[in-house]
Design a protein around this ligand. Structure first.
Ligand code: HEC
Length: 144
């Protein structure tokens, strides 16, 4: 029993050294970030930007493994998939692809359920979903 506990403690210490280099803030050049109407921007900021922007607000436990590993992997992956702070670097084709994916994503898995457990304020109401869906289809319509 004691040995097991010691082993667990050693593992816990060991995983603290796994490098997870996902900074909270990445540089953003002028004109790169998405510009959306204020109400849309507010919803995205509250519910999506922690993983889909270059400005992440990390919770305190995100510097302690294993929480740090999950948190930072989500942020890294989220940014790689879709980064609203780099929106204007995307081609029209790519923007269109994302705009078409957003309504589906917010219906099923976004924000990630594990994130919502801790960030209750990020849960999208039906009204929020409608605002995002309407906005996405409007912008997509203009691009097409
Ligand atoms: C806790 C982190 C997190 C939050 C918060 C989050 N996402 Fe994601 N998102 C991810 C990850 C990780 C992926 C890639 C893996 C996947 O698709 O499940 C992703 C994928 C996506 C995709 C698919 C992109 C592609 O390339 O196919 C869309 C669209 C998306 N998210 C939209 C949103 C929107 C809109 C919000 C806010 C309402 C949001 N996400 C909030 C982590 C997050």
């Amino acid at each position: 029993m004691k040995k097991l506990l010691l082993l667990l403690i050693l593992i816990f210490i060991g995983i603290q050294f796994i490098p997870m280099n996902v900074p909270a803030d990445l540089p953003v050049k002028e004109g790169e970030a998405l510009e959306a109407p204020e109400n849309v921007q507010a919803i995205l900021k509250r519910s999506c930007f922690d993983c889909h922007s270059s400005h992440t607000t990390y919770p305190w436990y995100s510097s302690i493994a294993p929480a740090s590993i999950f948190t930072k992997m989500h942020v890294k992956e989220g940014r790689e998939h879709l980064n609203f702070s780099a929106w204007n670097n995307y081609s029209d084709e790519k923007k269109l692809k994302y705009l078409q994916k957003i309504p589906k994503a917010i219906k099923s898995k976004m924000p990630l359920p594990s994130y919502l457990l801790i960030h209750k304020e990020a849960k999208l109401s039906d009204a929020d979903k409608q605002v995002l869906t309407d906005w996405a289809s409007e912008v997509a319509f203009d691009l097409e």
